[in-house]
Design a protein around this ligand. Structure first.
Ligand SMILES: *Cc1c(COP(=O)(O)O)cnc(C)c1O
Length: 411
C-alpha cells in the first residue's frame, strides 16, 4: 500500500483508485490521447507544491515565499525551451484547452478569423466547435481532407487561405492519422499574412523523438498538451518566438488563469527531463513503428483504416461496412479490456455521439514495452473480435488480453 493515509481516512476512495490501477494494468490501453506517466512524474505531482500560491511568474510573484517555487518553475521553463528549441516557454496553462484559448487571445481580438481543421476530419473542439468558447468568440473557417484520399490537399488549403485572409492559421489535429505538413502550413500563413499557430498536442512526443517534423522553428506560436505521446502530467505548455513572449504570458496570467498548479509544473519539469534521454527517443520511435505494425495487421485482416494507414501513433478504423457503429465497436472491445474511443470519420454519415470510427493508438502499449510482435497479436485480436463478437469469441479475447498483459507486468 503506498497511500496509507488515504487508505485510512477514505477507504472508499482508496479502493476506487486501486480498482482503476488494476483496470489500467489488466487492459490494453489504446486510446491514443492516453499514456502511462512515469512514477517520477506521478511523485512530483503528488507533493506539497499544491499548497503554494504563486500568481505571476518567476521573480515577479504576487505572493511571498516563492523562492523555491520560482526555481522549480524556471527549471520547467528552461527544460521546455531546450527540449523543443523554443525561444520562449510558458509552462502554466492548466490544460490544452486553456492553452489554445490563451494563444488566440494573445494574438487576436474576439471575432477575428482563424482557419483550422474541420472537426469531423480530425480537428479539436477548441479549434472552433460551436459548443466551445473558441467557436463562440472567434470566427472559424475550416479546411478538411479530400474525400477520395482522406488526406489534406495543401493546394486547396492555400487557395482557401488566400481567399479568406484569416488572422491565424492553425494546424495540428486530434484525430487525423497522417503527418502534419508544418512547414507548408507556415509558408501558407506567411503568404496570407496570418499568424502561424501549431497545436502539436497529439504528436509532441513524436516530434521530440525525431519521428515527426517540429513546428517550432517555423511557427509564431506552438502549444501542446503534456499528456498524450509526450507522456507527462495532464497539462499543457505554450512555446513561442521571443517577440510574442509578453503577449502569451499576459494572456495565460492574468488573462485566462489565476494561480498556477506548481505541483503539476514540477511534474512537467520531470517529463521534460525524461524526454531528453536517449531511452525516451527510442520509445517514441517504437511508438511509431508499433503503429505501422498495428495498422498493417488490421488492414491485412480486412479492416479499412481512414486514409489507408498512419504516419503517427494513431489510426481510425472505419466501421461503415461492419455491422455496428464505432461506438458499438468500441464498447465491444472495452468488454474485452481493449480500450479505444469512438470517433467521427471524414464525411461521416453518422452523428458525433454514435459515429462510424474507432480511434486507437500505441503510446501506452509501447510504454509497457510492447513491440511489433505484440502489435500483430493485438491487431489480430481486434480484427477477429470486430468480425465475430459472439460470447465465445469475447471470452477468448479477454483471456488472450489477460495473458498478453501478464507477460508485461514488471515492465
Ligand atoms: C487533447 C487536445 C487538446 C486539449 O487538451 P485538454 O488538455 O484535454 O484540454 C487540444 N488540442 C488537441 C489537438 C488535442 O488533441
Amino acid at each position: 500500500m503506498n497511500r496509507p493515509n488515504l487508505a485510512k481516512f477514505d477507504p472508499e476512495l482508496e479502493e476506487l483508485i486501486e480498482l482503476e490501477e488494476k483496470r489500467q494494468e489488466d487492459g490494453l490501453l489504446m486510446i491514443p490521447s492516453e499514456n502511462l506517466a512515469s512514477p517520477a512524474v506521478l511523485e512530483a505531482a503528488g507533493t506539497v507544491l499544491t499548497n503554494k500560491y504563486a500568481e505571476g511568474y518567476p521573480q515577479k510573484r504576487y505572493y511571498t515565499g516563492n523562492q523555491y517555487i520560482d526555481k522549480i518553475e524556471q527549471l520547467a521553463i528552461d527544460r521546455a525551451k531546450e527540449l523543443f528549441c523554443a525561444e520562449h516557454a510558458n509552462v502554466q496553462p492548466h490544460a490544452g484547452s486553456q492553452a489554445n484559448l490563451a494563444c488566440y487571445f494573445a494574438l487576436l481580438q474576439p471575432g477575428d478569423t482563424i482557419m483550422a481543421m474541420n472537426l469531423a476530419h480530425g480537428g479539436h473542439l477548441t479549434h472552433g466547435h460551436p459548443v466551445s468558447l473558441s467557436g463562440k468568440l472567434f470566427k472559424f473557417v475550416h479546411y478538411g481532407v479530400r474525400q477520395d484520399t482522406e488526406m489534406l490537399d495543401m493546394d486547396e488549403v492555400e487557395k482557401l487561405a488566400l481567399e479568406i485572409k484569416p488572422k491565424m492559421i492553425l494546424s495540428g489535429f486530434t484525430a487525423h492519422p497522417r503527418a502534419v505538413p508544418f512547414s507548408r502550413f507556415a509558408e501558407i500563413a506567411k503568404k496570407a499574412g496570418a499568424y502561424a499557430m501549431a497545436d502539436m498536442s497529439h504528436i509532441a512526443g513524436l516530434v521530440v523523438g525525431g519521428v515527426h517534423e517540429s513546428p517550432v522553428p517555423t511557427h509564431d506560436v506552438v502549444m501542446t498538451t503534456t499528456t498524450k505521446t509526450l507522456r507527462g502530467p495532464r497539462s499543457a505548455v505554450i512555446l513561442c518566438k521571443e517577440q510574442y513572449a509578453k503577449q502569451i504570458d499576459k494572456s495565460v496570467f492574468p488573462g485566462m488563469q489565476g494561480g498556477p498548479l506548481e505541483h503539476i509544473i514540477a511534474a512537467k519539469a520531470v517529463c521534460f527531463k525524461e524526454a531528453m534521454t536517449d531511452e525516451y527517443k527510442e520509445y517514441q520511435k517504437q511508438v511509431a513503428k508499433n503503429a505501422k505494425a498495428l495498422a498493417y495487421t488490421l488492414m491485412a485482416d480486412g479492416l479499412r483504416l481512414v486514409s489507408g494507414g498512419t504516419d503517427t501513433h494513431l489510426m481510425i478504423i472505419d466501421c461503415t461496412n461492419l455491422e455496428f457503429s464505432g461506438k458499438q465497436g468500441a464498447d465491444i472491445l472495452a468488454e474485452c479490456n481493449i480500450y479505444t474511443n469512438f470517433n467521427m470519420i471524414p464525411f461521416d454519415t453518422r452523428k458525433p455521439a454514435d459515429p462510424s470510427g474507432i480511434r486507437l493508438g500505441t503510446p501506452a502499449l509501447t510504454a509497457r514495452g510492447m513491440k511489433e510482435k505484440e502489435m500483430q497479436i493485438v491487431g489480430q485480436l481486434i480484427a477477429d473480435l470486430l468480425k465475430n463478437h459472439s460470447e465465445e469469441q469475447k471470452n477468448m479475447t479477454k483471456q488472450a488480453v489477460t495473458e498478453l498483459v501478464k507477460s508485461f507486468d514488471d515492465k
